[in-house]
Design a protein around this ligand. Sequence first.
Ligand SMILES: [Zn+2]
Length: 397
Amino acid sequence: MAPTSKVVRSPTQRSGGAGELFQLLRDGRPQTRADLAARTGQARSTIAARVEQLLASGLVTPTGESASTGGRPPTTFVFNPAARLVVAVDLGALHGHVAITDLAANVLAERSEPLPINNGPDDVLGWVARTGLDLLAQSGRSLTEVVGVGVGLPGPVNHETGRLTNPPIMPGWDDYDVPVRLSAVFRTSVLVDNDVNIMALGEYHMAWRNVDHLLFVKIATGIGAGIINDGRLSRGAQGAAGDLGHVAVAGREDVPCRCGNAGCLEAVASGQAIAQSLREQGLDVPGSDEVVAAVRAGSLLAGQTVRQAGRDIGGVLATCVSLLNPAVIVLGGVVAEAGEYLLAGIREVVYRRSLPLATQHLRIVSSQAKGRAGIVGASIMVTDHVLSPTAVEALLA
Ligand SMILES: [Zn+2]
């Protein structure tokens, strides 16, 4: 099947089947048969038959009776997110996070552990399989209730095939077939995307559904962006859109990058780069977590170094603002937890280097979803696919 992941449901098309009727109920508001007939223009008898189909599937459930002006009060119906489950997986460079969610991305059970992605696919996906099955058992739910698995990976992913292409920090993963490996365990379809894309989806779903244009920037071991454009995730032709880590920062050509080039954004402003710069200045910080800890502990040196990284990131984001005109830029990833120092550096350059029209209402903020953006986004990626009109028709048939 051709996976698609839209942030918002597609507009109701005209064939008018039960799958499309279901889209009208997905917002979670209870509705009567008469409401649905009025909204679709379909006959009451047609609506009644389709509601019966949806009730039988469990995707829709009766919620009681609505107020009536006389006679028998009409029954209302509502989307039932508890009907099925999603296994949501967020894999970073150094951590693994698996969750069982319902169809509205509510987390029912979750586990997060340190897990280096460079352990390779057998080890990492073995942990995902064991943890997913374990969490299902813990929640007292069964494998047959799972409608899909969504996975975010910290590298360049071809979303159509679920395979990685030359991931720089992931030895053994190049061209590895993640969907085949995990569908053998969970016996359902598996969708894979870049970790930053699913974080953008998660942040959008949890905090920003009122805006149509959002740029999510992850600043951690790597630096990347997920682009929500017109309410949809924008992946580009090969799925590489938003890969900002290796954009050149002017004047920093002296800094070599692991990609073979020099002066890349990641080489000067990632968590590792900040940590290295602080070590050279005599501060004992092994990695991103310790950088954040040093800033929080009040180290002026750490604060200033993070702020300079913010300025370097801001220079690249100013170009993104001119190109995409987002309404909001959300900063996520471990380094974003350094808070105001990073925000200040980024804001300083973005507002100075972008035209007033583009920044007039632009907001630059820290992630609200924080550690859950990835798993919520992975769940949304799956439900946008399995609850689409055609997929629901197929499920009912
Ligand atoms: Zn590079």
